[in-house]
Ligand binder design. Structure first.
Ligand SMILES: O=C(O)CCC(=O)C(=O)O
Ligand SMILES: [Fe+2]
Length: 198
């Protein structure tokens, strides 16, 4: 619910977007294939075929929990402008990529990016850990990675606002069945479809 980050996520995915997953990437010292996170686009995990739409369908807010001062810290890598290519990377190995650059930022920074962006992370060549916190969001019609609507407590919903409930996926339609004949979610979707930015 942090406003600056959520504002940028809203710009990318609309107010109707949903929190898909919360994860942390821990990286200890060591090179080789297990040390780097290969170049990828986050939308890949949703199985979207190319050409990808130019607008974001997923977006990521990565908080750096340790300092990102140089590539050897094991920092996030990005290919600037790659979100406009509307395809997946054809070079997965970060060490071979001529276009990838390290994202340098002090700990506590939020790094927010369009889900088409080619990114990964470098090997950590220093002692200690590189740690991030990744908040992954998707448009309301995508399948979220974690089912927050089934785990969020009534107490959490009550103490937060409506936007929080939307982020938890509580307004997403469930499949129709004899037991669940509520189609209001489908009607909401068809209204939202008129404007992709809502
Ligand atoms: O910094 C990293 O290790 C990359 C994280 C990543 O790919 C993600 O959060 O989607
Ligand atoms: Fe990623």
């Amino acid at each position: 619910m942090e406003e600056p980050a959520l504002t940028l996520i809203t710009y990318l995915l609309g107010k109707s977007c949903v929190l898909s997953s919360v994860a942390s990437h821990f990286k200890g010292p060591g090179g080789g294939n297990r040390g780097q996170l290969a170049l990828h686009s986050d939308i890949q995990g949703n199985g979207v075929p190319v050409p990808l739409p130019g607008y974001a369908q997923v977006a990521n807010c990565n908080y750096a929990l340790t300092d990102y001062t140089e590539a050897d810290d094991g920092v996030l890598a990005m290919v600037p402008g790659s979100h406009k290519l509307c395809r997946y990377p054809d070079e997965w190995d970060l060490r071979k990529s001529k276009q990838a650059i390290p994202v340098l930022a002090p700990k506590g920074s939020a790094i927010i990016f369009h889900g088409n962006t080619f990114h990964g992370s470098y090997e950590r060549m220093k002692p200690g850990f590189r740690i991030n916190l990744s908040y992954y969001f998707c448009r309301h019609y995508m399948d979220p990675t974690e089912g927050f609507r089934d785990t969020v407590s009534e107490e959490m919903l009550e103490r937060n606002n409506e936007r929080f409930a939307t982020l938890m996926g509580t307004t997403r339609p469930r499949g129709w069945s004899e037991a669940n004949q509520d189609l209001s979610g489908v009607a909401i979707r068809s209204r939202l479809a008129k404007n992709q930015y809502l």
